[in-house]
Design a protein around this ligand. Structure first.
Ligand SMILES: Cc1ncc(COP(=O)(O)O)c(C=O)c1O
Length: 405
């Protein structure tokens, strides 16, 4: 093609390589394009009702109806986000009477979902006090990209034993003892993604003491509050660390627990030892956000705040969250019962798993056969979204799994 100047236009973008689809979100695309009648999406971590459809919580619908009548503007939020949302987040994370409030030593910024929070947190750490972060093996597939994108070097520590299908606590502790002090360590607060395997409170205590001793910085990822045991119960590890005097980061998300996936609402909280440091950290976080996306989005934060500030909507939310949690628990039980009845493997390890995800011990070859021969979609790690199952599909899923074992 000739340009006006007469020079030949070369394809400036020809050297850009073709990147692979995201291992989880790419599955959705493949699923949509699959024309088979029988296909089941057990991939992306989104809650589905018992008829396997996505839904909007009633409390969210009601809050949105209220907002429709009362909202008078859609102006920019402050860089740090909606003030009431930031406060609510702190209460949900640390409990209403946490010592972090007395001393005013936590600063929270609203972010674009939990992912945005992890990314802002990575930029903050890499430009200040910690360039290396250790993540569990395995971990959510996007952690590496988010932390590297934020300028950190990502290393691993052992977490899951794929022979026993259980937490590899001894090896985890041994690794934490070796990690250079002042490194950051990513910890999933509950409902570990992808394994569904969490630490118990005794184990958390050991990790807390060890990390304090060694000067390791906890970076908590809390994307599933309320999907494990309950809203308060799930936050117990965070609160244990806060009470023990840790300085730490917490990336939280309301994508799952308010079903606000596409609204991109989450937060990053930095817990410091003094209020002056919290203010300083806040000033840096705001600077990072301003030069990245300027300010967060308004609608999701207003929905969460409207729900939380109304006694009746807050109660309704708790009931609806409980319903989601219980359906997942029931489906996990049914999955275990059905697998155990149909084959002689010992599946008791599944009973220990918590939250949306289950690791049944499938390898990537088996996962690929499940997709191509049986229309079952899941990431190559073999992680199953238990919320993508229902009683009607269970038998087919279990028989397909057994067929590829
Ligand atoms: C462990 C974990 N952290 C963070 C996130 C990100 O959450 P969000 O969708 O709010 O960005 C997810 C989402 O799947 C997750 O599983």
């Amino acid at each position: 093609m000739e340009l006006l100047s007469g020079t030949t236009m070369r394809d400036r973008f020809a050297t850009i390589p073709m990147y692979e689809d995201d291992p989880i979100l790419g599955l959705n695309e493949a699923f949509k394009q699959d024309t088979r009648e029988r296909k089941i999406n057990l991939g992306v971590g989104v809650y589905k009702t018992a008829d396997l459809t996505p839904s909007i919580l009633n409390c969210v619908k009601k809050a949105e109806a209220q907002l429709l009548n009362t909202e008078r503007e859609k102006e920019y939020l402050p860089i740090a986000g909606l003030p009431e949302y930031r406060l609510i987040t702190q209460k949900l994370l640390f409990g209403i009477d946490s010592s972090v409030f007395e001393d005013n030593r936590v600063f929270t910024v609203q972010t674009l979902g939990g992912s945005g929070s992890l990314r802002v947190g990575a930029e903050f750490l890499s430009q200040t006090i910690s360039q290396e972060i250790y993540v569990p093996t395995p971990t959510w597939s996007n952690h590496k990209g988010l932390f590297q994108g934020g300028g950190m070097t990502v290393k691993n520590y052992p977490y899951f034993n794929s022979e026993t299908h259980r937490l590899d606590f001894d090896r985890m502790i041994h690794a934490l003892e070796q990690i250079p002090s002042s490194s950051s360590v990513l910890l999933h607060v509950c409902c570990h993604n992808p394994t569904g395997v969490d630490l118990n409170m005794d184990q958390w205590k050991i990790v807390s003491e060890l990390m304090l001793d060694r000067g390791l910085l906890p970076f908590f990822d809390f994307a599933y509050q309320g999907f494990g045991t309950g809203i308060e119960e799930d936050a117990a590890p965070l609160r244990l660390f806060a009470d023990a005097g840790h300085q730490m980061l917490v990336a939280s998300s309301n994508s799952k627990n308010f079903g606000l996936y596409g609204e991109r609402v989450g937060a990053l909280s930095v817990v410091c030892s003094h209020s002056e440091s919290a203010t300083r950290c806040g000033s840096m976080l705001k600077t990072l956000i301003r030069s990245n996306y300027s300010s967060p989005s308004i609608h999701g934060a207003r929905i969460v705040s409207t729900i939380y500030q109304s006694d009746s909507l807050r109660n309704e939310w708790k009931v609806e969250l409980g319903t989601m949690r219980e359906r997942i628990k029931e489906m996990r039980k049914s999955l275990i019962a059905s697998l155990s009845a149909k084959c002689d493997h010992d599946y008791s390890f599944l009973e220990k798993q918590v939250g949306m995800f289950s690791f049944c011990g499938l390898n990537s070859e088996q996962v690929s056969r499940l997709q191509h021969e049986y229309g079952l979609y899941m990431p190559s790690s073999g992680r199953i979204n238990v919320a993508g199952l229902n009683q009607q599909s269970l038998e087919y899923v279990v028989e397909s799994i057994i067929a590829v074992l």
